[in-house]
Design a protein around this ligand. Structure first.
Ligand SMILES: [Zn+2]
Length: 237
């Protein structure tokens, strides 16, 4: 072992004593050498989708006829009362951006060798409402993107899309008006992505409406652009 490696091992040992690795979900100490920052119990509760092995899957099916995709995958199935739900909830409401980065990195590691993503140019996180971002202190999709970006070694274009705020309560509007309002709240940001291949990043895919709007806005504004989607989770049909 070189001197450098010895120092690194020593450093890791000391930081392990001072800051033991805690499970992202239940905060129990995680056994050293575990590949993910989840304890065995929380880890075994997660339902991996294995979407990265299937060109057509629940995620791509949900966008069929709405947004042409080069690729689509969610990392986990989102079910009520599961560790996945707790992790996403903590990421969004309990100031835990680290969950987004860690799971994003895990997602990115699974996508790194994917044939459909070998010509990928970068990542675009779905923007959140400016008021919400201010309140939360971060955009969870951007934190996920940070992890994916680290694993893939691809840049993130956090400003490629923007979200503007609308005055007035959404609750008094009809469902149709709310959908229209959401569609109109996304606008194109900075950067020229002509002929590029981008991967849209979000936390949970439900109906797919948000990613449909975001993807189509990018396609309208950048000639010959291609887009794929990667999310942390997908809800059941
Ligand atoms: Zn745990």
């Amino acid at each position: 072992m070189s001197i450098k490696q010895q120092f690194r091992t020593l450093g890791e040992g000391l930081s392990g004593l001072l800051y033991p690795r805690l499970c992202l979900n239940c905060r129990q100490t995680v056994t050293r050498g575990q590949p993910t920052q989840l304890c065995f119990s929380c880890q075994s509760d997660l339902a991996l989708t294995e979407h990265w092995l299937l060109p057509e899957n629940e995620l791509t099916d949900r966008l069929t006829g709405r947004l042409p995709l080069t690729f689509g995958a969610a990392l986990l199935f989102f079910n009520t009362g599961t560790v996945c739900q707790q992790l996403i909830h903590a990421l969004k409401y309990h100031h835990r951006p680290d969950i987004g980065v860690e799971l994003g990195q895990r997602l990115g590691a699974l996508l790194k060798e994917h044939p459909a993503l070998q010509d990928l140019d970068g990542l675009v996180p779905v923007p959140i409402h400016p008021d919400r971002r201010h309140q939360r202190g971060y955009n969870q999709a951007e934190e996920i993107g940070r992890g994916v970006s680290r694993a893939l070694g691809k840049p993130m274009y956090a400003d490629a899309l923007r979200r503007r705020s609308f005055k007035g309560s959404q609750t008094k509007k009809s469902r149709f008006e709310r959908v229209e309002n959401t569609r109109d709240s996304f606008i194109t940001g900075t950067g020229d992505f002509t002929g590029k291949h981008l991967l849209l990043i979000d936390d949970v895919l439900t109906t797919g409406a948000t990613l449909d709007f975001c993807g189509n806005i990018l396609l309208e504004h950048h000639p010959e652009l291609r887009v794929g989607i990667a999310t942390l989770a997908i809800t059941a049909g």
